[in-house]
Design a protein around this ligand. Structure first.
Ligand code: ZN
Ligand code: ZN
Ligand code: ZN
Length: 368
């Protein structure tokens, strides 16, 4: 299949899904959705409007600043698009609004600038707009075989990063320095973009979104390492918790418990199981052992051309797993002021079970 046919088919499926969801179409601004849908990656996201309009019964319309029109025309899916340029001084919102059903409801990419959406709302006051991941959460959720392999390759690169980092020295270095090692290694293993390099040592590990700071890692610290980014356009995201020197019995117990929860949730993965059940299985293991109040976040999130996206493994998410869905399973226990443990793999739902895209050992690793 040519690139043009590939993107044309993908956009056609998106239009069908939008119609099924009761939408008049989709308005996609620069970002992961745009690249995924039509193959156009903008040179820079700016205050000048770029928007892709997908609607039934019309060729996909890409409205771009005239000065970026050539870039758009050279994108791999350009042949499937009607490309309209606008020059400074013109009102691009009128151009877009002219192609909208004046009373239709549209899904708009989540990260569309307020500047653009507010102007569109002023120009098409009767139209409705909803955030894409709310009105069409499953748009990118089910990956095709090629996407799964790209995610597997990103996962393997993150695994190789982990295998190298466990041999570096931790004790006596700042979290920031280890984080810099992680970022460098991810790039060495083919990542074009590093999204996060969490190094949570000792008490900092009890804060799940602590990035990396000036704390000097000490002998006796648990250290949460959570890192990922994009390789060839697809995401990686893995967590292992290591210990500097010999762990205490309690540290081992907590780590074993998280590992057991992560394994149980992984074993629960199969088509038809509700996303919330993956969360429940992990949570139940931790709750039964008396640590329920210390597992303070959902069990997982989808991953694809972004590192956080639907589907979410969270209480209340009734959506059933479908073969091709890729998501994290990352239970944790966070003991305030003391330490945290999290173990995270990306998992793809296959026709019958789960397949891990991260495969480094999950046993507590002792580092120097
Ligand atoms: Zn310790
Ligand atoms: Zn993570
Ligand atoms: Zn994650």
């Amino acid at each position: 299949m040519s690139d043009v046919d590939f993107y044309a088919a993908r956009m056609e499926r998106a239009v069908l899904a939008a119609v099924e969801a009761g939408l008049a179409g989709l308005i996609i601004s620069p970002g992961p959705d745009l690249g995924w849908l039509c193959g156009y990656r903008v040179p820079a996201v700016t205050e000048r409007l770029t928007a892709l309009l997908l609607a039934p019964g019309r060729k996909p319309l890409l409205v771009v600043p005239q000065l970026e029109r050539a870039d758009a025309q050279h994108s791999p899916g350009a042949g499937a698009l009607e490309i309209v340029g606008w020059v400074d001084g013109e009102d691009p919102y009128t151009t877009v609004a002219g192609h909208l059903d004046p009373r239709g409801r549209y899904g708009v990419s989540d990260a569309t600038w307020a500047l653009h959406l507010l102007a569109l709302q002023r120009t098409a006051p009767e139209a409705g707009f909803g955030a894409l991941t709310e009105v069409l959460p499953m748009l990118r959720a089910v990956k095709d075989a090629h996407e799964v392999e790209l995610l597997a390759a990103a996962g393997a690169a993150a695994d190789a990063t982990y295998e190298t980092i466990v041999d570096v020295r931790f004790a006596g270095r700042r979290e920031r320095e280890v984080a810099a090692d992680l970022a460098r290694l991810l790039r060495e293993h083919g990542h074009s973009q590093v999204d996060f390099t969490i190094v949570g040592s000792g008490p900092n590990g009890a804060d799940p979104h602590h990035e990396a700071g000036d704390r000097v890692i000490e002998d006796g610290d648990m250290v949460v390492l959570d890192f990922g980014g994009l390789k060839d356009g697809y995401g990686s995201d893995t967590t292992r918790t290591v210990h500097v020197g010999e762990p205490t019995a309690e540290e081992r117990t907590v780590h074993d418990l998280v590992r057991e929860a992560q394994q149980a949730a992984f074993e629960a993965v199969r088509p038809g199981v509700a996303c919330q059940d993956v969360d429940r299985v992990a949570r139940q293991v931790i709750r039964r052992a008396g640590y329920g109040e210390y597992f303070i976040h959902r069990t997982g999130h989808g991953i694809g051309v972004t590192t956080h996206e639907p589907p979410y493994m969270v209480e209340g998410e009734h959506l059933p797993l479908v073969p091709g869905m890729c998501f994290s399973i990352e239970p944790g226990i966070y003991l305030p002021g003391r330490f945290g443990v999290r173990i995270e793999d990306i998992v793809v739902c296959t026709d019958s079970a789960g397949r891990r895209l991260n495969n480094t050992a999950r046993e507590l690793r002792v580092v120097r």
